[in-house]
Design a protein around this ligand. Structure first.
Ligand code: HEC
Length: 175
């Protein structure tokens, strides 16, 4: 009898005082749950080095647009300052359209993005003296190569591609 009441007490504790009737012959069976929605397919990892030149360019442009618009895996979205159309904000954030001289070659361009930029510069006859945040600890080489390739080939720019190996070189020479 003692064991039985202990069992009853445990049962009560176990139920947490819930008084919902136990499903039985008198109660309707719970409705069957709908099958879970299929998980979205994860994007396949791209083996960048295995792509041909056209494939590499297409991949860099796709990832580069993401980084530019959203900041990629941990960076700051470039469009916040340089605007979605690359035209910047006159007097505050310089344009990226038609700026080959400022961007320079791929390694110089990579250094700007890796280390950021500050100090007075003149772009299209307008002075800028702002601060651009360094991205070197925030983005991977492939993402930096991608965003640079995107800038160099968008909004009418046609300044060639940048590869992750170029960014790795820029990283080394910046140390
Ligand atoms: C917080 C605002 C901000 C963000 C975010 C930002 N920049 Fe900048 N960027 C600037 C400013 C300000 C300058 C000019 C700095 C100066 O006055 O010396 C600049 C300069 C540049 C330049 C050289 C000048 C020119 O007009 O070509 C490049 C290239 C550039 N940024 C690319 C990028 C890229 C790529 C990203 C994203 C990874 C980015 N920026 C994110 C503010 C920003």
């Amino acid at each position: 009898m003692r064991a039985l009441s202990l069992f009853a007490a445990l049962l009560l504790v176990g139920c947490g005082g819930d008084t919902t009737p136990v499903p039985g012959p008198g109660n309707a069976a719970p409705a069957p749950k709908p099958p879970p929605a299929p998980e979205p397919e994860p994007e396949p990892e791209v083996d960048f080095d295995a792509l041909d030149d056209a494939g590499k360019k297409a991949h860099l442009m796709k990832v580069g647009k993401e980084v530019y618009m959203t900041g990629g895996s941990g960076g700051v979205a470039c469009m916040t300052c340089h605007m979605a159309d690359g035209k910047g904000t006159p007097g505050a954030f310089p344009p990226l359209v038609g700026q080959k001289e400022h961007m320079g070659d791929c390694t110089k361009h990579a250094k700007i993005v890796l280390d950021g930029m500050m100090g007075e510069i003149t772009v299209d006859g307008m002075k800028y003296n702002g601060v651009m945040v360094p991205q070197k600890d925030l983005l991977k080489d492939l993402e930096i190569a991608a965003v640079i390739t995107y800038e160099r080939n968008s909004w009418g720019n046609d300044y060639g591609d940048c590869m992750p190996s170029d960014v790795a070189t820029a990283r080394k020479s910046a140390e």
